[in-house]
Design a protein. Structure first.
Length: 253
């Protein structure tokens, strides 16, 4: 596979991926506006090839489509030629819809917001012939997991794709709770960020149930707080969030 990547669209996800790839790949970005492409280049701080849709030729290129899902039908006719491989980060857009763009191989990818800091958890599905390349490509922005069906990818989207928003809600609520009890907001934020950073490392090697048991002593503060979370049906709420997001992903297919 050539060491060059062509992005269709110049949004946040394209920029995050380009940041991960620009040291080892040449970057082309296809978009609507030269001004927007120049802004992309300035933010990336690396020279890119800037191409407008009217001049777009994807022949034998590695293409990553990063437009809004609703814009796929509008963008596809502008892409001339047959790509070597087409990757899509469009939520809820099945492989069958991607075939409106000509390519030898296809892959759906679902990164998450942490791609911006090189720590995405990206789910992948598609033609097995490009599985290794897909894992390598998206490995530049974090961890990857290859699935054998689009159904699994839709569930993964509900967990890892949408997950940062759910964790952000919990993080904000923890800070609000500490402020309500009398802590300064800035101090609460420092504690919350330290908590999430440390927990992120612990959860890599320890089962969640064991982490909970290690913290919870009989009749202690953690047990009291944990009881309040169960009373508030936080566990059920989290499980229902995955269900609702999965159902929505299926509706978008």
């Amino acid at each position: 596979m050539p060491k060059s990547v062509t992005f269709i669209g110049n949004g946040k996800m394209a920029l995050a991926l380009a940041k991960g790839l620009c040291k080892t790949h040449t970057i082309e970005v296809i978009g609507r506006s030269i001004n927007a492409l120049e802004e992309f280049e300035n933010t990336l701080n690396t020279p890119i090839k800037k191409t407008l849709y009217g001049d777009a030729d994807i022949t034998n290129k590695i293409v990553v489509i990063c437009v809004k899902p609703a814009n796929l039908g509008e963008v596809a006719p502008h892409l001339k030629g047959t790509a070597q491989a087409l990757y899509s980060v469009l939520a809820g857009t099945p492989l069958s819809s991607l075939r409106t763009i000509s390519a030898h191989s296809y892959c759906r990818a679902m990164p998450n917001l942490a791609a911006e800091v090189g720590a995405s958890m990206t789910s992948l599905v598609g033609d097995h012939t490009i599985a290794d390349h897909a894992i390598s490509l998206f490995g530049t922005i974090g961890k990857t997991l290859w699935f054998n069906s689009e159904k699994e990818l839709d569930i993964a989207t509900a967990l890892a794709g949408s997950g940062p928003a759910y964790l952000a809600l919990i993080a904000e609520a923890f800070c609000d709770g500490a402020v309500r009890e009398g802590l300064k907001r800035d101090d609460a934020m420092i504690l919350m960020r330290g908590l999430f950073e440390g927990f992120g490392k612990l959860i890599q090697a320890t089962h969640p149930a064991l982490l909970k048991d290690n913290v919870m002593s009989p009749g202690g503060t953690t047990a009291a707080g944990y009881g309040a979370l169960e009373k508030g049906k936080v566990r059920e709420g989290c499980m229902e969030a995955i269900r609702a997001a999965h159902e929505r992903a299926k509706e978008m297919n």
